[in-house]
Design a binder for this molecule. Sequence first.
Ligand SMILES: [Zn+2]
Length: 148
Amino acid sequence: MLLIRCPYCEEERPELEFRHAGQAHIARPTNIAEISDGEFEEYFFIRQNPKGLYFERWRHIHGCARFFNAARDTVSDKFVKTYKAGEPKPSISLPKAKPAKRVAAKPASAKAAPKAAAAKATGKSTRKAPAKRASVSGTKTRRGAKKS
Ligand SMILES: [Zn+2]
């Protein structure tokens, strides 16, 4: 079970006690009646969805019921840090993930190699004929019939 540290209760509790509450550090515009529709859309709807470090609000709904902020790695789903609401956004940098190792392409298997070599020698393709596929579709069959 995922454990989340509540910064108010100062202990790790099961995730079932918490509720996610969206992206953190989104300030409500002070002049909200004067902003444009585009600016309102940006404030109200547009949220980040990063791969990696993400700052979000959580609520200890089945505990102290208070809101707090968390820095979470969306790749590993690990909470890097939790801190009280109103505290400044901490400067955190995650260690860069190592790129996945590329596996070198395997040479053609022993089974497929002779078939391909034979096709190369005779000039014939090892692929299935497209006519066989065309017979499945009614329109293609009719078109094919007109040609022949
Ligand atoms: Zn709490």
